[in-house]
Every structure is written in structure tokens, then in C-alpha cells.
Design a protein around this ligand. Structure first.
Ligand SMILES: *Cc1c(COP(=O)(O)O)cnc(C)c1O
Length: 394
């Protein structure tokens, strides 16, 4: 049996007609820059996420970049972030001329550890840290309650890297009530990616910044278009970070499916968890399945079924990871390492970070493996995946 890591053909089977119709509509409209499809998607994603404003941009990377640019972060500044993420999280910091400072991750969620963040912020006597970028890795929110408290204490903006987490929910208290807030809508702004492998993926690159802040939204809106207002008058230096209307049209076809896709990914995760338990490998410590830590926090307080984890990736921690990966690929099972190198050890950083030690992030980079979790995955395929892993450890 062949089990790909992701199978976009499986969703194309029911989306193709509508996608082609939507794309054709853009082609025949001749509205090729900004326009009604982009505006409609901005409103729909902002509504979906519980934010006031959405600004479509060219990619998830550019969403993060334009947010840093709008905050005026640059040379001499530090940005506090996680060492365990896709390169873009750190790349944008370097591109504006700032430097990243890393707080190690929590070994259970793989997200940035607020206790480590607090130590770093406390030690930053010169107040060089100018922003915080938490990442909601694999589709589970970072510990935003603690992060927002630190941000308030140190008066720092929070840019949520929600590239893997659109629609993921986090239980945040508002007064005496606990409400499930959605990824991207808790900090100053949230950044989404519509890269085709994300839960909401386009037919190419795309991204969005969402925010509750009117002035910040206006600034991002200007920055994505060379800072021009009015046309040809530039009070700010931005760039061409616009979202393509073809992408907006395709994403509008897909958005109505998103909650159902999240639900199916959640069910697949549950089945994997049960099957792995039954192998005995979890008890023996050979496999640690992912943990949805907020799953049981006041589930009763929300009206609908909450997406505390949207499983953009289902990532296990295993013994003899590299050999297991080879074994799975040999057995036609797609799998991938997200991510094999902790960001502080990336070559592009040079010698400055050589002495930095982030043991949990380094350990995760050496021990984790992502398995197929896409919505159209069948239970037979999942049983084959688990059985193949079981045979590896026999
Ligand atoms: C995908 C991703 C990005 C970048 O998004 P692109 O649309 O590919 O530029 C940034 N951060 C994280 C955590 C991601 O997974």
C-alpha cells in the first residue's frame, strides 16, 4: 500500500470543478491586482478567526516580514522567538536587520516555553528585545496566556506565527469567563500562510495578516503596496506584498471545507493515538504520540466543538528516528522531519550563536517525525502505517 504524506489529488477530486470556475471568473473579470476576491477573502478569514481586520499578502513569510517592517524593527533590535520552527520565523527577523533571541521549547507541545521566555526578558536589561514571535507549531497554539502576560509586563508586541494554525483555538480567560480564541487573533497580529500544504492551502503562494488594531491594519495595508498613499506618494517604505486574486478565489472555494478538514484530521489523530497505544510501543517509551494539551480545559464552556489542535502535522517522538524514516519510505509511507536543524544551529547565523545551547529544541530536531494526517487518509492506511512502525521495532 502507498500512503503519501499529503495527497492534494484526493481533495482535488471534489474541488476541481469549483476551483476552475473560481479561477476562470478571475481571468474573465480582468481584476488581476487586489479587487473583490481579495477583499472578500480578507473579510471571511478575519471573521473566521475572530479578528477585526485581514490584509491579504503574498505569503506567510511576507506576512511576518511586513509585520516586523510595520513595527519599525531593524538593526540593533532583538526579537524573542522559538528555535524550533520553519526557517521563515527567523529569516524575517534577519532580513529586517534584527537578530533573533531564542527561548527553548516545551518538550510536550514543541512550542516556546514561557518560563524560558521570562528568564530571557528579565535578563534583557538594555531592553533590546522589541517584539515576540510565538509559533503555533503543527497546529496547536503556544501558551498564549503566559505569553500575553509577559508581553504586557514588558510592553512588547506579539506577532503570532499562525502559519500552521488557522482556526486552532486556545482557551483564554476574559474576566471570569473562559473563551476559546483563535490563532492569530490574540496578539497584536497573526500571520497565516496559504502554502498548499497548510490546512487552508491555495494553488500557489499566499498569506494574510489579521489584527484587531485599526491603525496597525492600515499600516500593513500601506506597506504591502510600497507604502503608497495616495498612489505614487510614499511616506513609508514597504514592498510588493500583495495577495494574488487567483489565490484569493481558490481559497474562498476551500474555506467552507476547513472546519470539516480540521475535524477529520482530529479524528485521524485520535485513531493513530489509539492504534499506537495498542502496539505497546508507547508504554515501552519507543513512541511518544503528540499531546493536545488544551483538549480538556473547559470543553464545556464553548458552544461548538473546539479545534484546540488542528493537526497540520501529526508528529511523533521516537527512538532511532532516522532509521525509522528510511524504513517507512522503503515501505511507501510518506513522512518528514519538521525540522531537522534547530534554528540557532543554522549555518547562516554564523559564529555568533555557536555557544547557544537549547537542549529541548536540539532533542526535538533529532527525535521527531511527521506522519500522514491529511483529511482524506483512510483508517486502512493508518493501520498500515502503525503496523509498519510496529514491525520496525519488533
Ligand atoms: C509555512 C510556514 C511559514 C511560511 O509561510 P510561506 O507561505 O511558505 O511563506 C512561516 N512559519 C511557519 C511556522 C510555517 O509553517
Amino acid at each position: 500500500m502507498k500512503v503519501p504524506l499529503l495527497d492534494l489529488q484526493a481533495q482535488l477530486a471534489y474541488l476541481q470543478d469549483d476551483l476552475i470556475k473560481a479561477v476562470t471568473h478571475v481571468v474573465t473579470s480582468t481584476r488581476y491586482i487586489q479587487g473583490p476576491e481579495v477583499e472578500a477573502l480578507e473579510k471571511e478569514i478575519a471573521d473566521y478567526s475572530g479578528a477585526k481586520y485581514g490584509i491579504g499578502v503574498s505569503s506567510g513569510t511576507d506576512a511576518l516580514l511586513v509585520a516586523l517592517m510595520a513595527l519599525g524593527i531593524g538593526t540593533g533590535d532583538l526579537v524573542l522567538t522559538t528555535p524550533y520552527s520553519f526557517f521563515a520565523t527567523m529569516g524575517v527577523v534577519l532580513r529586517v536587520g534584527a537578530r533573533p533571541v531564542f527561548a527553548d521549547i516545551d518538550p510536550v507541545t514543541y512550542n516556546i516555553d514561557p518560563v524560558k521566555m521570562a528568564e530571557i526578558l528579565e535578563a534583557d536589561k538594555e531592553k533590546k528585545i522589541k517584539a515576540i514571535i510565538p509559533v503555533h507549531l503543527y497546529g496547536q497554539c503556544a501558551d498564549m496566556r503566559a505569553i500575553l502576560n509577559l508581553a504586557e509586563q514588558y510592553n512588547l508586541p506579539v506577532i503570532e506565527d499562525a502559519a500552521q494554525a488557522i482556526g486552532a483555538e486556545y482557551p483564554l480567560s476574559e474576566g471570569s469567563e473562559i473563551r476559546n480564541l483563535r490563532a492569530g487573533a490574540m496578539g497584536l497580529c497573526g500571520c497565516f500562510s496559504f502554502f498548499p500544504s497548510k490546512n487552508l492551502g491555495g494553488i500557489g503562494d499566499g498569506g494574510m495578516v489579521i489584527t484587531q488594531d485599526k491603525d496597525f491594519a492600515e499600516k500593513i495595508n500601506l506597506m504591502r503596496n510600497h507604502g503608497a498613499h495616495p498612489k505614487y506618494y510614499h511616506s513609508l517604505v514597504g514592498g510588493n506584498f500583495r495577495l494574488d486574486p487567483l489565490q484569493a478565489a481558490a481559497l474562498r472555494v476551500k474555506l467552507p471545507y476547513l472546519d470539516n478538514w480540521h475535524r477529520k484530521r482530529g479524528e485521524n489523530a485520535k485513531l493513530y493515538n489509539r492504534l499506537f497505544q495498542e502496539t505497546g510501543l508507547v508504554g515501552q517509551g519507543k513512541i511518544i504520540p503528540p499531546v493536545a494539551v488544551y483538549l480538556n480545559t473547559r470543553e464545556d464552556s464553548c458552544k461548538t466543538e473546539a479545534h484546540h489542535h488542528i493537526y497540520n502535522q501529526y508528529v511523533i517522538r521516537v527512538e532511532r528516528r532516522d532509521a525509522l524514516k528510511e524504513w517507512l519510505l522503503k515501505n511507501d509511507i510518506g513522512c518528514e522531519i519538521y525540522y531537522p536543524v534547530s534554528l540557532h544551529q543554522q549555518e547562516c547565523l554564523g559564529r555568533e550563536y555557536k555557544s547557544v545551547s537549547l537542549p529541548e529544541s536540539e532533542k526535538a530536531a533529532a527525535e521527531t517525525l511527521a506522519l500522514p494526517i491529511y483529511p482524506e487518509l483512510t483508517s486502512t492506511m493508518q493501520e498500515y502505517v502503525v503496523d509498519t512502525i510496529k514491525r520496525f521495532y519488533l
